[in-house]
Write a protein that binds this ligand. Structure first.
Ligand code: SF4
Length: 286
């Protein structure tokens, strides 16, 4: 008997499907959500969290910050960006970011890639990632930066469990030779840094290693194989996740959305942010 109000159709992964940290996180959080979003490609109108307007503004501000950060890193003067930022909260984040960039002298580093994409084969599929910033130091080390715009800092132990924390350094070590003069990137030379626009003292650093690389490779391969074999994608048993999911009514998991503050208290906050589609970010005029 179906565990949803109506039968979910069957479909495989779309041809040429690329796994990402977001889609893998969706699968980990709820296999049914992965099936609905990526295999059946269902758009569903339920609001993820309430109040809807607040959520929209939250997303929009995060998107705008990412665009401003990108522009600063390619050399647009901070004063022009401050004028473009408009709202005070966004200007504060931009000021924090400008201080961060100056403190680490990031603009002086010639080997920096902004909004940089990498992909590599993973079984019969591909694994892809889009990085906010990757820099290569003069000593040959790689630092991956990811900007977070949540209203609360993320606990390190929660970040450590996110698929993003596994996928980003793994993929750089696996497929980053093009950034390293054609030589393989040694995992021990890679570090992932989460930087929080509203909590500049809360930076979270995750050094990578050869051991972790090998564990991640086996883990990701097994996970993708599991998804490819799966026929019946179960609903999550953790119904708290449903409060923030667009497929709530489809799954018979309630009509009312969760509150934004509640959501931010959950692990979902990281995926919520990490799901930014840079192609969707509106251009900011100067
Ligand atoms: S509503 Fe719940 S069970 Fe349904 S897809 Fe979303 S998280 Fe999964």
């Amino acid at each position: 008997m179906s565990d949803t109000p109506f039968e979910v159709g069957r479909a495989g992964l779309p041809e040429g499907f690329q796994f990402s940290q977001s889609s893998l996180q969706d699968y980990k959080d709820c296999p049914r959500r992965f099936q609905l979003r990526y295999m059946l490609e269902y758009a569903w109108p339920a609001v993820e969290s309430e109040p809807a307007l607040e959520r929209e503004q939250f997303l929009e501000t995060g998107n705008r910050f990412h665009r401003l950060a990108q522009q600063l890193l390619v050399g647009v003067p901070p004063e022009a960006l401050r004028r473009a930022a408009g709202e005070a909260g966004l200007r504060d984040w931009l000021d924090n970011f400008t201080d961060f960039v100056q403190k680490h002298d990031l603009l002086a580093l010639s080997e920096r890639r902004v909004e940089f994409e990498l992909s590599a084969p993973l079984g019969n599929f591909r694994l892809a990632a889009k990085y906010d910033l990757v820099i290569r130091s003069p000593e040959g080390g790689f630092t991956i930066y990811d900007w977070k715009t949540s209203a609360r800092p993320h606990e390190r132990r929660r970040l450590a469990k996110r698929m993003q924390t596994r996928v980003y350094p793994y993929l750089l070590a696996r497929a980053g030779a093009g950034l390293n003069g054609g030589r393989p990137v040694e995992p021990g030379m890679v570090e992932l840094v989460y930087w929080f626009a509203a909590f500049t003292d809360e930076e979270a650093r995750f050094p990578y290693s050869r051991v972790q690389f090998e564990q991640d490779e086996a883990y990701l391969q097994d996970l993708v194989d599991e998804i490819a074999r799966m026929e019946d994608f179960p609903l999550t048993q953790d119904e708290r996740r449903c409060a923030f999911c667009v497929y709530r009514s489809l799954c018979g998991r309630g009509e009312g959305a969760g509150l934004l503050d509640e959501r931010e208290a959950e692990d979902d906050a990281a995926a919520f942010e990490a799901g930014f589609d840079f192609d969707q970010i509106a251009e900011i005029e100067f």
